[in-house]
Design a binder for this molecule. Structure first.
Ligand code: ADP
Ligand code: MG
Length: 366
């Protein structure tokens, strides 16, 4: 039970989840108001983990629906167990035969069978998928609908009815309403916009990268063997790295892997060689690796390299820079369409071979 915002922060911390007041407020209000939470944010910032931790705090079972392209009602709600239905009709063949014996023609036989079809479309033959499981559970549960942006928009529309009154309708059985409303957490990695209708039904929360203090606290909690000074330096490096123009900036999950690796390697101090050797734990794209390699010294030492065109202490729109905030070494151009196309071609070349690609390239790049 969440009794207050302060207590929510403590309860989550007891389960090794560090959060600020803003996040705790949404978690607390969702509980009090019985509304779903919709969490958006980059991958690896603790969205899924929050649902798991809430389930532990509430002492509830966690039911998870992982979304993917093509997810439909049969995998989210329920489906009929066709194999079992078939097996039962095989076993009951003789019984069904005698039952239909008196029917003179096909129409009569079908009609007679139809009157009893509810036997085969009953609770005994239904496969409950996560949403139906959550609704029909005897004890209230936490329902995690994870990465909804992977599913199609139609799926969002399908969810609306469920989210409004926590009930679902199975035509053959009727409406199943939750005995106690589940605590629902929906997450999105922000790969596409979600519908306004979905947002309206939820308490919305954006989780971004944590501030320095919170990130350090998470490392202390999850990688206690790491020395304090090393952890502080690692956090600094990662914060600078996030200000580079990377395709996928390191998230908390990557930072924790990196911290773990540094402990395993008995590292006492970060240096250029070590950072070079462990970059792959922080960034996962070759282009990002190259970017990081170009800025190793700045990442490690944060030596002030003034930005061309920007006055000291001000950003390029003339707003004052946060004194604690990391400063990127140079303004990064937003990749234009040609850049992107060149990158796609480079990528494709690796798979299909350069010669074939050259022939297929638009405009023939001879
Ligand atoms: N606030 C936090 N406190 C503690 N651990 C966190 C926090 N945020 C993220 N983590 C850790 O980071 C990792 C990635 O979190 P996850 O929930 O899988 O990210 P997401 O679902 O946003 O992609 C997990 O191992 C989790 O333990
Ligand atoms: Mg996740």
């Amino acid at each position: 039970m969440f009794e207050s915002i302060g207590q929510t922060i403590e309860q989550l911390a007891e389960q090794h989840y560090i959060c600020d007041r803003k996040l705790a407020t949404v978690v607390y209000l969702a509980w009090k108001m019985g509304k779903p939470i919709l969490i958006e944010g980059p991958a690896g910032v603790g969205k899924t983990e929050l649902a798991k931790v809430v389930a532990r705090v509430l002492g509830r079972e966690l039911i998870r629906l992982q979304c993917y392209g093509g997810l439909d009602e049969a995998h989210a709600l329920y489906e009929w167990e066709y194999g079992k239905q078939l097996l039962y009709t095989q076993i009951l063949r003789e019984k069904i035969g005698t039952f239909l014996a008196g029917a003179d023609d096909l129409r009569t036989a079908v009609e007679r069978l139809r009157q009893h079809e509810d036997v085969f479309f009953s609770e005994s033959f239904i496969v409950r998928r996560p949403i139906l499981q959550a609704v029909s559970a005897d004890e209230p549960v936490v329902l995690l609908i994870d990465e909804i942006d992977r599913a199609e928009e139609q799926f969002e529309a399908f969810l609306l009815e469920f989210l409004s009154d926590f009930q679902v309708t199975v035509p053959e059985i009727g409406t199943v309403a939750a005995k106690a409303p589940p605590y629902v957490v929906i997450t999105s990695n922000n790969t596409r916009d979600l519908s306004d209708a979905l947002k309206r039904r939820c308490l919305h929360l954006f989780i971004g990268y944590p501030d320095e203090e919170r990130e350090l606290e998470i490392i202390r909690l999850k990688v206690p063997a790491m020395a304090e000074a090393l952890a502080a330096h690692a956090v600094e490096v990662v914060r600078r790295m996030r200000s580079l123009d990377l395709r996928k900036a390191p998230s908390i999950s990557e930072v924790l892997d990196w911290a773990q690796a540094l402990v395993l390697l008995n590292v006492e101090m970060l240096d250029r060689r070590l950072l070079e050797e462990t970059i792959q734990l922080l960034v996962k794209y070759e282009r990002d690796t190259r970017q990081v390699e170009e800025h190793l010294a700045w990442l490690l030492e944060g030596s002030d390299r003034p930005q061309p065109g920007a006055s000291e202490g001000l950003d390029d729109r003339g707003r004052s820079r946060s004194p604690a905030g990391p400063r990127p070494p140079a303004p990064q151009a937003i990749p234009d369409r040609h850049d992107m196309e060149a990158r796609q071609r480079e990528h494709a070349a690796r798979y299909f071979g350069r010669d074939r690609l050259r022939q297929d390239a638009p405009g023939g790049e001879e």
